[in-house]
Ligand binder design. Sequence first.
Ligand SMILES: Cc1cc2nc3c(=O)[nH]c(=O)nc-3n(C[C@H](O)[C@H](O)[C@H](O)COP(=O)(O)OP(=O)(O)OC[C@H]3O[C@@H](n4cnc5c(N)ncnc54)[C@H](O)[C@@H]3O)c2cc1C
Length: 391
Amino acid sequence: MVDVELTDDDARFRRDVADWLADHVVGEYAELKGRGGPGDEDVGFDVRVAWEHELGKAGFIGLGWPVDEGGRGASLDQQIIWAEEYARAQAPARVNHMGENLLAPTLIAYGTPEQRERFLPGILRGDERWCQGYSEPNAGSDLANVATRAQREGDEWVVNGQKVWTSLAHVSHWCFVVARTDPESVRHNGLSFLLVPMEQPGVEVRPIVQPTGGGEFNEVFFDDARTEASLVVGEVDDGWRIAMGLLGFERGVSTLAQQVGFERELDHVVNLARARGRGDDPGLRARLVDAWIGLRLMKWNAMRSMAAKGVPGPEASVSKLFWGTWHRDLGNLMIDVLGADGLIGESLPYELTLEQKLFLFSRSDTIYGGSNEIQRNVLGERVLGLPRDPR
Ligand SMILES: Cc1cc2nc3c(=O)[nH]c(=O)nc-3n(C[C@H](O)[C@H](O)[C@H](O)COP(=O)(O)OP(=O)(O)OC[C@H]3O[C@@H](n4cnc5c(N)ncnc54)[C@H](O)[C@@H]3O)c2cc1C
């Protein structure tokens, strides 16, 4: 756990949230302890939605948002405490990361008062879920290549195009979509950041089955989909700025919550190694120690990154590169500790064990949120001053 100097208030806050979690992670919620994370999103979804409502009622959604936006205005330390206690209680995995941690801070920073009034309460109650419509078949690493178009017709935007890899689109009510609103524009110019309702005839969601057997992400087709003219965040044709601003919120406190989850996974690998009598294998021991050291480095780097102000800079790239690679390696280690058994599916086709799911899903960690190669390009150009990547 992160070693921070706690004030009396913080210590009280830690006791209060730990008590609340102990009282509430019971019954059907306790059955989902440690479940619903990456690669495991389909598990107990309805129960996790009900859990989200419990969190909303108790004011545990939007903890760090300003009080006048309906949040608690909790300090960074208190948000970290909450993330730690949440992970320690193994409470079910959350279902609306995109709404609470990405879209909401974006609306608070760039949205109109009407947009905030309309959308923040639904997120705070745990009622409205959001997905992120950035990537397209020809616009992933090269996001400025977005081809989805939106055209103004009367009081509405009419949206046409295709998004892909859209996490949780099949269970989302709204999507924030980067679309080209100036048909003559190229690259970063002429894009807008639109809020589009998912439940309408013009939106088709096709799940993509992943090697884990689950379907966490989707293709999303917009075929004359409609949204209100007022649902552009920021200025029309200035969506790139908003889209990049949103990505800056990705390095928030949720990174620390993620790391507490990593810590639990690492403990699990260590326990597996012991249980299987592999605790004295020197090669495995060295890798376990490396993983332990890596986790410590990651935590301190995340704290440093959160303390930094301004637009996401190189420290965000260092952090993404480090945790993505670390977690992929942990997936490898998990399977190596299991040995040949790790390769056997108990009841194929699918259900895989949690260890197998971790191994498979962690392959994606070096891709989403900016691939390792892209992070290295950023570091090469902005930190080392190497020549720019050919474009
Ligand atoms: C689990 C998961 C969930 C996701 N969820 C979402 C979501 O909710 N919403 C969303 O919009 N997107 C989502 N994505 C998409 C993700 O953002 C993209 O996969 C990522 O940006 C890479 O884009 P791409 O898949 O098109 O690969 P490409 O950009 O086509 O890259 C292919 C390969 O080429 C390399 N490459 C590309 N350009 C360069 C370069 N200039 N220099 C060196 N190497 C390069 C890449 O590193 C990669 O190895 C998700 C992806 C995953 C895996």
